[in-house]
Design a protein. Sequence first.
Length: 296
Amino acid sequence: MNTTLVILAAGLGSRFGGNKQISEVGPHKEILMEYSIHDAIRAGFTQIVFILKEDMVDHVRKTVGERLGSRVRVDYAVQSTDSLPSWYQIPSERTKPFGTVHAVLAAKDMIKGPFATVNADDYYGKEAFVMMHDMLLSLADQHDACMVPYILGNTMSENGGVTRGICDIEKGYLLQVDETHDIHYEEDHRIVGEFGGLDPQEAVSMNIWGFHPDLLPVMQDYFEDFLHALKPDEIKAECLLPIMVNDFLKNKTIRVRAQASPDRWFGITYQADRDAVAAALELLHRKKVYPEDLYQ
């Protein structure tokens, strides 16, 4: 069965100040998405789809895609306003992309089997891809979905606030996910968010979702409903996967199996995160978790 990894790499990176998705942080100038690709292929994924900005395509094709050779099918999709419905009028002041649901839909014609999504600027660990691949193979139809949550305390940045989807999980299934902003450490190292203190053991979404391809038309309808409801002055509003999943759970469109990863997540949100990420990757190479050449 074809299984697809969709890599979300078209964000603006405004807090980072540039294209953090292609920032070279590994000991041999690797970018973070190369580790996800390496782990995904080892887990059994047969297709990689990059969701990119137009000006990133050639760079990613040359530095990553062409090096994969025939090991896996590789496709490139561009998240742009060209894929918006013709009836939608884009506000002239808007510069922000329309979110991760729109990003996935940019690749809808390329996805032929069950698929997982990951952020390009996140490191997930090997186990997440093994668990996700196994769950993808069990999806019966568009009503089945899956996710790999992480422990909140394993996903924090020392350099500023982050956004996480706080998950309510019961008997291995996600009940709801609440997008929570400005999660950060206090001086006493307590973790707080926009609504107060948080348990470091909370399960959180890191955008590693799994879906059946038959859900894509439903996602398209959801995104178009989002655009219909969007007010002209909401120039920063985005249609996000965790919010879509939560809405689908409420109306019983899907059920979501959740299998938690024990791994420590790390990623690049701020420029100051680069040194910590680089040190973590160098340690993983020294421990032989990864070979010197990820493509060998």
